[in-house]
Design a protein around this ligand. Structure first.
Ligand SMILES: [Ca+2]
Ligand SMILES: [Ca+2]
Length: 241
């Protein structure tokens, strides 16, 4: 569930209007040049009871379009962005029957340094912005935890077992917005099972009936501070003794 949301206003930027046609998939993919790397968080630096983890592995995985059958199975990893350092198009479009596609973004965290007793409250903190596409309905992003292996691979597109940890909604042209999801249960399960790693997959809500949905991470491969943070706080530092 969404536990917190605040909007950070950014300077105005150019907009464009979707007029249909073959350019849609490409425009959806590249976000029409609005990548704005930024340091989003730093939430935990001032809190001595918190541990903040950057992802150990991450990537954008695509299903469909020219990359393979549109069948719920990932066809390529870091599609289109491998040489740009760019991460982060969460997209699904079925408007064109001949060019259906979906991209999902995954983040995997190493919990090896975290005490295995699981006595933590954990939050996943991240920023998303809306797609610069009009008209487009609101995009509902589903965030799932899944069994991570700390490698980016095509099967991260759908690997399980996956558990829904929250939904967030982005409107078209929504400015970069910070979100925080409670992922305590997913982290506790990963620690107590002995796996000591956890992944989070961001994808368009499977229940959505929209023919085109999209939101973006503005994250850079070269700058961990632009990526989601997993923030853990010991329960004894939070709860009264
Ligand atoms: Ca496929
Ligand atoms: Ca993986």
């Amino acid at each position: 569930m969404k536990t917190n949301e605040s909007t950070i206003r950014r300077p105005g930027r150019a907009r464009w209007m979707y007029t249909g046609g073959a350019g849609l998939a490409l425009a959806l993919a590249i976000g029409v040049g609005f990548m704005q790397p930024r340091s989003a968080f730093g939430v935990s630096a001032a809190d001595p009871s918190a541990t903040a983890l950057h992802p150990r592995a991450d990537g954008t995985i695509v299903d469909g379009s020219v990359y393979g059958a549109f069948d719920g199975v990932g066809d390529a990893a870091d599609w289109a962005f491998a040489n740009t350092g760019y991460q982060g198009a969460i997209t699904k479009t079925t408007e064109s029957p001949s060019n259906r596609m979906e991209t999902r973004v995954v983040w995997e965290f190493d919990l090896a340094s975290i005490a295995q007793d699981g006595r933590y409250r954990a939050s996943l903190e991240f920023m998303l912005r809306g797609a610069p596409v009009y008209p487009m309905p609101d995009s509902v992003i589903a965030v799932y935890s899944y069994a991570a292996d700390l490698y980016e691979s095509r099967n991260d597109f759908s690997v399980g077992p996956a558990q829904l940890v929250g939904l967030v909604t982005l409107t078209p042209f929504q400015d970069p917005t910070s979100f925080k999801l409670d992922v305590s249960q997913a982290v506790r399960t990963a620690l107590q099972s002995g796996a000591r790693k956890v992944g989070f997959r961001f994808q368009i809500d499977p229940a959505s009936t929209a023919t085109t949905s999209q939101a973006f991470f503005d994250a850079l491969d070269t700058d961990p501070n632009t990526k989601p943070l997993l923030v853990l706080r010991r329960l004894e530092a939070i709860l009264p003794s």
